[in-house]
Design a protein around this ligand. Sequence first.
Ligand code: NAG
Length: 348
Amino acid sequence: MLGGLSASVLLTLVLAYYQGCAEGAGSVGVAYGRLGNNLPPHGQVVRLLQANGFKSAMIYDTEPAVLEAFIGSGIGLTVQATNEELQSLASDADAAHQWVQVRILPYASTIKYIAIGNEVLTADHEKSPLLYPSMVNIRNALIAFNLDSVIKVSTTHAANVLDATSSFPPSNGQFNASLLQYMEPILGFLSLTEAPFMANVYPFLAYLGANGDIKLPYALLESASAPNQIVVDGGAGLMYTNLFDAQLDTFVSALEKLGYGNLALVVTETGWPSGGGTDATSVVNAQKYVNNVLAHVMGGTGTPRRPALGLQVFIFALFNENEKTGPEYERHFGLFYPDQSRVYDLTL
Ligand SMILES: *[C@@H]1O[C@H](CO)[C@@H](O)[C@H](O)[C@H]1NC(C)=O
């Protein structure tokens, strides 16, 4: 009895410690992509976010007209330096200083994170050598403006920075060896500056690519209704009821193997398309996936490897974007149609 009591007190202390690390129990934001020619004015977008209770959002650039609309909104922003800006940010400290002065400083009160580039190591691989120097130059400029403790610098990664041959079970996760020369300095930077590792995580894409080897309820976080779909990670002694957790912990394992298991993790994108032609894309499936992720995050539990560490997640995306390229489903990730009506109900 006494032993049980002290164990639970200890557990409470450990939970409190980890939740302190995670800056709260869990938080949900939304990615405001603007690759559409029929989207509402920025001011209306801010009101839409407020009306739906979002406290944070991500944009894919530092467009002043957009940043202007968010001032005083109470919504914390993650902004991005675009891949096109990396050449100058990496090679010229003065250009980085100016970029921060013009693009960040006037809106500093609303900005929480600057993501340098988008999926550079995989989607824009030839720019990989520019990534770390850009992060350093931007951070030095933030230091000069005394903003480095309130605005953190990171960069977003796609799931294919992981080694595709060792992504299962999650405890086998490791980064693709050919990317380590770029990844390791970045991880050192994130650790030193107490910034999070940012990952874009799409169970939908893994499900599509698995040709039936992954069951839909497992991908949609619906395994409670299909208990035979629990995955046991024997090496780690952990149980996975959904692919979202499994993908996150594959990243966590990869970080641990390089000695960076203590980095916070932010899911900068996750979502499920409500249409677009494949059988898994439907309003019903999108609604299930997104609401199940929201419930998971708001429930305050983390992943099996980090059960007490609250999740920080951005849902992709705010709107269906008719100018996104790629397969048809790419234009159907939105929570809202461009006329601001809901694609499906959210429980937030
Ligand atoms: C690692 O990345 C390279 C370059 O993108 C790719 O060709 C290779 O297939 C990847 N290897 C694994 C095991 O994922």
